[in-house]
Write a protein that binds this ligand. Structure first.
Ligand SMILES: [Zn+2]
Length: 451
């Protein structure tokens, strides 16, 4: 009897504790966290005082500025105190460095985060993969990344759905440019790998498989007709695909050129995954907009990339992450070996590209490491690539916006552009590591995070 009573009492107290926690959580959730995440009405005016303002287009830092936002757009930038319009809500960031909303050109928001298991995509449903995407999108935005170029998902088009839900205001996340699927040779760097040779993959996981220039064109048309923004082609083997060799070129220049010309008919650009120099150089000659990874690039790559105006999207944080956790988490030995092999050479190639004046766009391969930690790559670009703090911020703002083709709407703090702003405490250029913990995030005029 006593036991039953005490058990009931325990249940009651547990219930009380749960209710109290739920109430506290509700109280802590500010109004702006409540969906839908739509921009404020077009007449709402906000005046933001910035202690330091990074003018990424001029490559200069301006002191004591006033940014005026109306609705979802920036309307003016002037020296503080300036003219504060009547009825404006004032946000004081005079002790903060304000930059344009950050942009990551190489994310994978959809799907589980660990690559400890080659078969993970087969162990999870499309619903789970998409819901992961919802969680990752929220984390990415709150980390200050207001725009991403999402470069592929194993299950085709889950990224299209996520992008559309974010745009509708029902899901919180960055504005996304999406690739829909991977254009890859069979058993190549963009395939789901690691299963037995007699296991047949579901069609949605092999939508981008193409083994000739003709097939590449077919796949490009199909992917762009399904509402994607860009094409991702896997030009060489990959670190994270079992059996494939990062140094091996998987598509010929002619096949990559077929993707570029077909995509161009839609006004879309091609991002090429390429580790080995032969694959990099073929992709650049074929006219891709960016080389992703670029691990083993050589002097000829630097020359060609400058000649063609090709961007390098060099991911460093994922290699560091794999080195730190890979062994402990039991990642496949093949990944650990390939990651280690390319990491050191990638640092050499990156330094060469930076010194040679190749255009740089920030990209991290988010999803290989936990989404939302994107800015932890800022100091690594200085350490391994020899970039300046201003170059790092430019790569993650105006350069990234230009690579995506959205430089008219995002990428700098200028009148007419979307009100996408991020702030860190103190002088952000003196320590770009601060961007790993941004204090303020505004996207399209809505404040998602404030000091
Ligand atoms: Zn990737």
């Amino acid at each position: 009897m006593t036991k039953i009573v005490s058990r009931a009492a325990l249940a009651a107290s547990l219930l009380l504790a749960i209710c109290a926690r739920a109430a506290a959580a509700q109280m802590q959730t500010p109004d702006f966290m409540a969906p839908p995440y739509l921009p404020p009405d077009s007449s709402a005016i906000t005046a933001i005082r910035a202690g330091w303002l990074v003018d990424v287009e001029a490559g200069k830092v301006l002191r004591d500025q006033m940014i005026v936002v109306r609705g979802d757009k920036i309307v003016s930038v002037e020296r503080a105190p300036g003219h504060v319009p009547t009825g404006a809500k004032v946000i004081d960031l005079s002790r903060y460095t304000v930059t344009p909303g950050l942009i990551d050109c190489h994310t994978h928001l959809i799907g589980g985060e660990t690559n400890a298991d080659f078969l993970l995509p087969l162990e999870r449903s499309a619903a789970q993969e998409t819901l992961d995407g919802v969680v990752h999108a929220r984390r990415t935005l709150l980390a200050g990344f207001t725009t991403v170029r999402d470069v592929g998902t194993f299950r085709a088009y889950l990224d299209v759905a996520l992008r559309d839900y974010i745009n509708s205001g029902l899901v919180m996340g960055p504005r996304m440019a999406v690739a829909g699927a991977y254009i890859t040779v069979s058993t190549g760097g963009g395939e789901v790998t690691g299963q037995a040779t007699d296991v047949v993959l579901p069609p949605e996981m092999r939508l981008g498989v193409a083994n000739s220039a003709t097939e590449v064109r077919q796949r490009v048309r199909e992917i762009l007709n399904h509402g994607t923004d860009l094409i991702k082609i896997i030009a060489t083997g990959a670190v994270l695909a079992a059996g494939t060799k990062p140094g091996v070129q998987e598509y010929s220049e002619e096949e990559i050129h077929a993707a570029v010309t077909e995509a161009a008919k839609y006004g879309a650009r091609v991002a090429a995954h390429a580790h080995g120099a032969a694959g990099i150089n073929a992709a650049v000659r074929a006219g891709v907009a960016s080389i992703e990874h670029g691990s083993l690039l050589d002097d000829e790559s630097v020359r060609l990339m400058k000649e063609h105006g090709t961007y390098l999207v060099s991911d460093l944080i994922d290699g560091e992450y794999i080195r730190q956790v890979g062994k402990a988490q039991g990642w496949p030995a093949e990944i650990l070996r390939k990651s280690e092999e390319v990491a050191k050479l990638k640092h050499v190639g990156l330094r060469k590209a930076v010194a040679g004046g190749v255009k740089m766009a920030f990209g991290t391969d988010a999803g290989v490491y936990p989404n939302g930690e994107n800015a932890q790559q800022f100091p690594l670009l200085i350490q391994y690539g020899g970039m300046t703090p201003m170059q790092v911020l430019q790569s993650a703002t105006i350069n990234a916006a230009t690579l995506i083709g959205w430089q008219d709407r995002v990428g700098s703090i200028a009148a007419g552009k979307s009100a996408d702003l991020v702030a860190v405490e103190g002088d952000g250029l003196a320590d770009v590591g601060k961007f790993a913990h941004v204090a303020f995030v505004m996207k399209t005029g809505t404040v998602y995070k404030a000091p």
